[in-house]
Design a protein around this ligand. Sequence first.
Ligand code: G6P
Length: 371
Amino acid sequence: DAADAEKGGFDHFMLKEIYEQPKALRDTMTSRLYEDKEEIILDKIKLGKAELDKINRIYIIACGTAYHAGLVGKHCIEKYARIPVETDIASEFRYRNPIIDESTLLIVISQSGETADTLAAMRLAKNKGARVMAITNVVGSSVSREAEDVLYTWAGPEIAVASTKAYTTQLACMYMIALHLGLLKGNIDKEFFSKIRDSLMSSINTVQQVIDKEGMIKEFAYRNFNVRDVFFLGRGLDYYVGLEGSLKMKEISYIHSEAYPAGELKHGPIALIEEGTIVIALCTQEGLTEKMMSNIREVKARGAYILSIAKEGNKSVAKESDEIFYIPDVEDDIAAIPTVIYLQLLAYYLSVARGCDVDKPRNLAKSVTVE
Ligand code: G6P
């Protein structure tokens, strides 16, 4: 029928959209990033050096998956531009009397551009004098009309309720904004810039390389679909990606999952680790690998089954784990992109194996336009 035709030969929109990510990333970076340019062309964005010098605080506001992209944005903007950034959930931000004035920059992220809480938070900040930049996937959406600056994710229409290509293109926008602000602030040099830029541009290929390992992920999912609890552990950016992986898993496979910063393990969640609990240990951040390995040993000693994700060739993590999925060797900051592809495919195949309605999970809506 017509719906099948739209799925272009895929069983579900979600899988189609996972496969569209290399193209979505390319479209989102084209005309903004160039192999031989030490600058980023952010469309018609008016926020230049003079405007940025007036900014002393940045909020990144969003809901759901977009919020998870915002967490990665916080990490990179603070690192590259050295401006304090707080990422908050729109429905929390708007009710807590946040400190906002003319020296505040508010970045809203919304795939649909119509989420009620996100819009309300944006209007609140605008009324208090903040400068607003929007990242959205829908041209002409409410957030795009009301923001001073707009950066579009060129992901194309996203039909599946569980967001995939919107997230990775939001990440790409976060990286580009962080690099741009870092340059404007004079905080990063050309060498650093080129290193991150090249790694970001190569994510078009690294995403494809992970998609090509689909069979392995499917096999893992079909072997483990009866699991009751899954824990995602990571530090730094890996924790943020874990939050997104855990959200995907809950949303479409209805498996109970939690993402925890690995260092917090002993402050609670370790009490829940039992024989057979699956722990997905995200170990892509080089400086944090040693710490992650000791966390892996802690949960393993309590019976957990460890699936790690690490960079190609990381033998020391492999030794501590029951199974390992490798991502290509990318810069630590960019590792979120290939890593999340594994987690999307894992959630997808767990959902299929459990016979769930992948594209229309129970109780969820694609766009939440009520408060
Ligand atoms: C809903 C969707 C999520 C999405 C969130 C925010 O919960 O199911 O996939 O991340 O809304 O949506 P937005 O359109 O503002 O990004």
